[in-house]
Design a protein around this ligand. Structure first.
Ligand code: ADP
Ligand code: MG
Length: 254
């Protein structure tokens, strides 16, 4: 069984078709990059995997299955199960996901309390452990810092730690390194790679940057205006793109 199985996904926002009959699969432990220009529908797909369009005005058709959960048909309970332990998401801007008023460690501890029923003390200890694991130096002390006291790269690490606290089988990362400078970007990509090797985590990476995709994924799906233009093993597609659009996209990379 695939970790992710998307079939004929179409997403409409009013009169705008953001995703158009898109199908793809991701195997357990695999890494797929969704690549395309801004506005090509990548984030819309990422959000669909976690059921984030539920209750919004978006109209979806087709099917989305993640870790055996039929996301389109899932009710609140099923969605909580999905987000609580099967799939987690990391965004471009960690500040949009971290609460500015609470210590980072406390926010992660809360995940352990809610999703893993850890008691307060154990939750705190596990939060420090996971911060340490993603490379936050002096994690026990830094756990007490609030998000704004972290650098951009450390904040992204903290957000990855929060996602890992759910012990997900799938990590959906939407432009996780776009806001970071090149050196820090490479460190975060290394971290994702290392975590995949250690945990067997599946990765769906959304990026407009072909270079980032090449660093992090095994397979690529090139999107344009909501549709799949080209797909395949990433080295193959990057070395011998079949479609003109993919060639243009590659040319735009410095
Ligand atoms: P990408 O992540 O590739 O930049 P998006 O998935 O964010 O693209 O957006 C695809 C298209 O859908 C864009 O035209 C965008 O403006 C539109 N869109 C995205 N989210 C919404 C929304 N919530 N309401 C209306 N239009 C949206
Ligand atoms: Mg996007």
């Amino acid at each position: 069984m695939s970790l992710v199985d998307v079939r004929d996904l179409t997403v409409d926002f009013g009169g705008l078709r953001a995703v158009d009959a898109l199908s793809f699969r991701l195997d357990e432990g695999g890494a797929l990059a969704l690549v395309g220009e801004s506005g090509s529908g990548k984030s819309t797909v990422a959000a669909a995997l976690l059921g984030l369009h539920h209750g919004t005005g978006a109209r979806l058709s087709g099917s989305v299955e993640v870790a055996g959960v039929d996301v389109g048909a899932a009710g609140e309970r099923e969605l909580r199960r999905l987000r609580g332990g099967l799939a987690a998401m990391v965004f471009q801007d960690p500040l949009s996901s971290l609460d500015p008023y609470y210590a980072v460690g406390a926010q992660i501890a809360e995940v352990y309390r809610v999703h893993h029923k850890a008691d307060r003390r154990a939750a705190r200890a596990r939060a420090v452990e996971v911060l340490d694991r993603v490379g936050i130096p002096d994690a026990a002390r830094r756990a007490r810092s609030r998000p704004h006291e972290f650098s951009g790269g450390m904040r992204q690490r903290a957000l990855i730690a929060m996602a890992l606290a759910c012990e997900p089988r799938l990590l959906v990362a939407d432009e996780p390194t776009t806001a970071l400078d090149v050196t820090v970007q490479a460190q975060i990509l290394d971290l994702l790679h290392q975590l995949r090797q250690e945990t067997g985590l599946g990765l769906l990476l959304v990026t407009h940057d072909v270079g980032v995709a090449a660093e992090s994924a095994d397979e690529i799906l090139v999107m344009r205006e909501g549709r799949a233009v080209e797909r395949g093993p990433i080295r193959e597609v990057l070395s011998t793109p079949r479609e003109t659009y993919t060639r243009e996209l590659l040319r735009s990379v410095p």
